[in-house]
Ligand binder design. Structure first.
Ligand code: F6R
Length: 255
């Protein structure tokens, strides 16, 4: 794992954006796994600004609320359209988001997995992290081998996401999410986290034991994972000095 610590969210996002852009430039038909929430908004802005060619890119989003109309202001369909898709030349048929209104949810989940496989698997997965350590919407005690399925949000996540919905009562209880097993099959994983509210979750993910009670710790099993943090999110890492040292001493061929 590589832990990139930058002073601010903007600098950390810029570092991540450069590497995402490199993936797209090197492989114009890359398959990207995408996240929503507040964390990647600036990343998408940077990618839009770079004017990349998305015409052959395929994307798969991590998750979506169940029962929220696709055109609801807080649906992840709306989020992706507003924050990325309508600003780039991606083909609508190449942009996949779980369908939280599928009549047969279980059947849809299997189909989503099949679509990811048929696209050749995910080259690069972007992740955020919940304050309870979730990735995608894999809440604590999710199986580390889980696949795309329905999950019930924790009260902590409902509280965290109430800021988007105006009240806790308005946050849907159920979601569709790629599983931890699905996420770990991506060839590369970038996890972004900013702010002090993420510091405990990041310390547990990077330095804690791997456990289903802390889903993000499963990323320790991934052979090519990078964490992009600001100082606040990194503030509870006991080996932060070592991670900075590694970053500052990268061999030229690795930069
Ligand atoms: C959303 C997702 C979630 C978020 C997490 C953090 O697609 O996968 O795991 O990344 O809830 O959300 P923010 O970025 O709003 O703090």
């Amino acid at each position: 794992m590589e832990i990139v610590i930058q002073p601010t969210p903007a600098e950390s996002t810029a570092a991540a954006a450069q590497l995402v852009a490199r993936v797209i430039r090197r492989n114009p038909a890359a398959v990207l796994g995408l996240a929503t929430g507040s964390t990647p908004v600036q990343l998408y802005r940077e990618l839009i600004r770079m004017n990349l060619d998305w015409s052959r890119i395929t994307t798969f989003n991590l998750d979506e609320y169940i029962g929220l109309p696709a055109d609801h202001p807080q649906s992840y369909h709306t989020f992706m359209r507003e924050n990325l898709f309508r600003h780039v030349n991606i083909r609508p048929e190449n942009a996949h988001i779980p369908d939280g209104n599928a009549p047969d949810i279980a059947g849809f989940c299997g189909e989503y997995e099949r679509r990811i496989s048929a696209a050749g698997g995910i080259d690069l997965q972007i992740l955020g992290i919940g304050s309870d350590g979730h990735i995608g919407f894999n809440e604590p005690t999710s199986s580390l081998a889980s696949r795309t399925r329905i999950k019930t949000l924790t009260r902590e996540t409902i509280r965290d996401n109430a800021r988007f919905f105006g009240s806790e009562a308005a946050v849907p209880r159920h979601v569709l999410t790629m599983g931890i097993g699905t996420i770990l099959e991506a060839r590369e994983v970038f996890l972004l986290a900013f702010g002090e509210a993420k510091a405990d979750a990041i310390a547990a993910a990077v330095e804690g034991p791997v456990a289903s009670t802390n889903p993000a710790s499963a990323v320790q099993f991934h052979p090519a994972a990078k964490f992009f943090l600001d100082e606040a999110a990194a503030s509870k890492l006991s080996r932060a000095d070592y991670y900075r040292w590694v970053y500052d001493n990268k061999p030229d061929w690795q930069r």
